[in-house]
Each structure stands twice: as C-alpha cells, then as structure tokens.
Design a protein around this ligand. Structure first.
Ligand code: NZQ
Ligand code: ZN
Length: 379
C-alpha cells in the first residue's frame, strides 16, 4: 500500500426530508448567496423547501448556472457576491452548481489576477475561499463530499479542474427524494459517472490494497444491482438512496487511499465535452472500454479480478464486454457515432490539444497525444 493522508471535513446529512436542517447548519451572522441551475429546483419543490429553511437569513440568489458550468457565468456570480459582501455560499443543484460554487468561493477573495489561472496552473492552491455548503440534487459526481471543481471556458472550449481543501463543503444535504424528478438520461449519466470514478481509482495495478479493492468492488456490485431497479421502479426510495450513497462514496477520496489511480478516461472525456458538448457521463461510457482495450497489457490482472468479482467472467476481454453490455442495458450508448460525432475528427482534435499542452495521462504515463488519438479513433 502507498503512503497516504486522508482528510475529509464534510458533514453529510442524509435522508428523507433533511433540507430543513439548513436552518441549523448555516451561519446566521453573514449574507448567504444561494446558487442554482437552470430551474429544475423550481419544478421539483426543492427551491420552496430551501427558501422555507432560509427564513430569517439574509439571502442573495444567483441562478442560471448551466450544466458543465461556465467560467463566464461564475464570474458574474463573483461580481454579485463581492457587491453583496457574501460570507457563505449555498449550492442547490447537481454537480455543475456545486462545482461552480466551489470555483466562485475561491474566486471571490482571489486578488492575483484572473481566477482562471488556478484552473490552468500546475500549482492550483488557492490562498482562501468563502465557506460553502451544498444541497445536492443529482447522484453522480461525488462533489458533495470532495474538494474538486470542473469548470468550462466557453470562449475557448476548454474544460479544466482544480482541487483544493479550502473548497470542501462544510456540509452536504442529500435527500434522495429530490432525485425522483431527474430525467432518465441524467439518472443513467450519474450511474456511469459513479462507475467510472470507482474504476479510475481501482483499474490500475496492484499495490496490495485488498480492503480498497473490496470497497471499490462493493460500490460497483451495488450499482450493477440497483441500476436496473431505478429504471423499472423510479419511485423506490431505497433504490434512490442506495444509488446516491454509491455516488458519494465513489468519489469522496476513500477508495483511492494507498492505491494507484488513473483518471485518463476523465481527462479525455472532458475534451469531448468541451469540443462537442456531450454529457460528462456519455463521454466516459464512450472512452472507458476503448481505453481499457488500449491499455489491456497493463490492466489485465485487475481487469481479470474485476470481471470475476463483479460480472462472474473469467477473461479481461470479457470484463470489458460485460461493462459495455451493462452500459447498454441501462440505455447508455457507447460510440461517438451514436451522438453524431466523427471519431477520427475527435481523435485528431484531442491529439492536437494534448500535443500542444504536453499532456501525459494514465498510471504509467503512457497515454499521450498519440495514444489518445489511437483510443478515440476506435470510439
Ligand atoms: O440546471 P438544472 O435546471 O438544475 O437541471 C439540471 C441539469 O440540466 C438537472 N438536474 C439536477 N438535479 C435535478 C435535475 N433535474 C431534475 N431533478 C433534479 N433533482 O440535471 C442536469 C444535469 O445537471 P449537472 O449538475 O450538470 O449534472 P452532474 O451532477 O452530472 O454534474 C456534471 C458536472 O460535474 C463535473 C462534470 O464534469 C460536469 O461539469 N464533475 C465534477 C466532479 C467533481 N466535482 O468531483 C467529478 C466528475 O468526474 C465530473 O467531472
Ligand atoms: Zn466523473
């Protein structure tokens, strides 16, 4: 097992009718800025629940944060927050709203020029951030219990992330009932995103981490069992609760401790979203199988273990096929052509970007521009 430090300060409040807890979690003495997305919270009653809990607090609202949140929109929120002297941020929405709010939190006190810098720089440590909390409405990213944020710059079609302990939410409220209103497309995106988060922390090479392996396999087995149920019976609370907890645990850092991580599927996927606007989960379902086939030699021992433990198959190739079959079973398509994107064009564009940036990915540092071209050409 590799050395590690694990730190996670997020208070998780999980369960039915928990949004009212906000009244006990928010600081009373500061102005609160509530951030949200394109309006789903008005339709499913979440806005009303939050507003009820916020009675007596000084609240400014900032709505209209888009899926794959844009730097340009976040900077408008930063301007408003500075003007209103906001001292606490409350994100109400999916991963995009939460990620945007983390970026806003770090950008408000940033005085060293353009905050875009801490997304592109290799030393992304931010000196301070406005504290934040979260009412998360979509099980997928794990952002409610981690300190990552992924932001897109629309003008240059770039999607970058930063990670900093100062943007851990102080608390996250997870009421699985709020997910009843999710369109099936987002439910499936979330299942695939969770699946791939776990794989990025597991499907590498063995450094003797049997507990972390069993935990990762446990999350995936639960996903594989629960996913068909949510499609068949979307109003089943227990299924919704299990799926949400899978996604939170999938990226709260615990699965990764002491293990070797990959993240190449995510980094290539981010380029596909930046270039073609494909949903995050969609890009992962497209890239993962071909990346595994490309890296088969390095990953075959772990693929074999995964295939046996999760799908009951014997060979690495069969584990990849079983994963694709699982994605297809839940209604996720796995080829660029399914979304009207030409694979060779996407491959060439990603190769050019990675070559210009000197990007090198993967647990062996062998997924470079040319490798990315080879992988995406087969997608
Ligand atoms: O904008 P609104 O109207 O709220 O609608 C959203 C959006 O259209 C809707 N939605 C959310 N909760 C809902 C709901 N609709 C009905 N009922 C609800 N309860 O769903 C749509 C998608 O929402 P979004 O927040 O974009 O989805 P998700 O949670 O999948 O977040 C995706 C973003 O997170 C980033 C992705 O790159 C992408 O930008 N990621 C963040 C990570 C992190 N912070 O650790 C890790 C991930 O790998 C990922 O990169
Ligand atoms: Zn993801």
């Amino acid at each position: 097992m590799l050395n590690f430090t694990y730190f996670n300060p997020v208070r998780v409040v999980f369960g039915k009718d928990t949004i009212g807890e906000l009244a006990n979690l928010l600081p009373k003495e500061v102005n609160v800025m509530m951030t949200y997305g394109g309006g789903s919270i008005f339709k499913n009653g979440v806005y009303d629940q939050v507003k009820k809990a916020l009675q007596g607090f000084a609240v400014v609202e900032f709505g209209g944060i888009e899926a794959n949140p844009r730097y340009e929109t976040c900077m408008k929120a930063v301007e408003l927050a500075r003007k209103e002297k906001v001292g606490f941020l409350l994100a109400v929405g999916g991963g995009s709203v939460a990620d945007a709010t983390k970026f806003i939190a770090a950008a408000i006190p940033w005085t060293k020029g353009d905050p875009w810098e801490f997304l592109v720089s290799h030393d992304p440590r931010v000196p301070e951030a406005v504290p934040l909390g979260c009412v998360i409405t979509l099980p997928a990213t794990g952002t409610e219990m981690n300190c990552n944020s992924v932001i897109t710059r629309a003008s240059t079609q770039e999607k970058y992330h930063f990670s900093d302990e100062k943007v851990f939410p102080q608390f996250s409220i997870i009421d699985p009932q709020v997910t009843y209103s999710l369109p099936q497309r987002q439910v499936v995106n979330g299942i695939v995103d969770t699946f791939v988060h776990v794989m990025e922390q597991y499907m590498t090479y063995d450094v003797n981490t049997p507990l972390q392996d069993r935990q990762a396999e446990g999350v995936i087995r639960t996903l594989v069992e629960e996913a068909p149920k949510v499609i068949e019976n979307p109003d089943d609370y227990d299924v919704r609760a299990n799926l949400f907890w899978c996604s939170t645990v999938g990226l709260n850092g615990l699965l990764a401790v002491g293990a070797v991580q990959d993240w190449a599927t995510h980094m290539i996927g981010h380029e596909l979203t930046a270039l073609y606007g494909l949903d995050h989960g969609v890009t992962l379902a497209i890239v993962l199988p071909e990346l595994w086939r490309f890296a088969l030699e390095h990953k075959k021992a772990k693929l074999k273990q995964f295939g046996k433990e999760v799908f009951g198959v014997d060979y690495p190739e069969a584990a990849i096929k079983a994963t694709e079959d699982f994605f297809h079973r839940i209604g996720m398509k796995t080829k660029l052509a399914d979304y009207g994107v030409d694979a060779s064009e996407a491959a060439a564009k990603a190769r050019e970007r990675f070559a210009n940036r000197g990007t090198v990915l993967g647990e062996h540092g062998d997924i470079d521009a040319e490798a990315t071209y080879a992988i995406l050409s087969r997608c």
